[in-house]
Ligand binder design. Sequence first.
Ligand code: DGI
Length: 143
Amino acid sequence: MSISNFTLTMIKPDAVSKGLTGSILKDITDAGFSIIALKLTSLTLTDAQRFYSIHQGKPFYEDLIQFMTSGPIVAAVLKKENAVESFRKLIGSTNPDQAEEGTLRKKYAESTQRNAVHGSDSDENATIEAHFHFADREIFFCL
Ligand code: DGI
């Protein structure tokens, strides 16, 4: 099975509203990722329900949807060898209290819900999520 060389990230409303976008993007590029698509955007209720449909019915689902639609986000496609696994390592555990020192969530997250950064969890989802946010003409694999 081939491993994709890209992943999808969102800088979540907590981090964008605190002005952390620049610092987080710098940490991402310092870690060797190339930004091959980028936008400041937001999720409608329908968008968020679709993006997080796998979590429907879980106790945190409604709060997650409310939070993810509460303000602007930054969406980006990131390129690096073994991008999905490498980026999951960079962002750290879902719960920032359990995240390793130096990870993005350790540095920037407030809580399990307000955890600053999203990263795709599989190559299949990276493809789905990249096309959720970007048209083909907005993703520059040549970079
Ligand atoms: O891939 P992750 O973002 O690390 O985690 P996930 O795909 O399991 O869950 C998606 C998001 O849902 C996560 O970033 C924050 C939220 N979430 C997951 N588990 C919990 C949660 N929120 C709360 N409040 N409590 C949870 O147990």
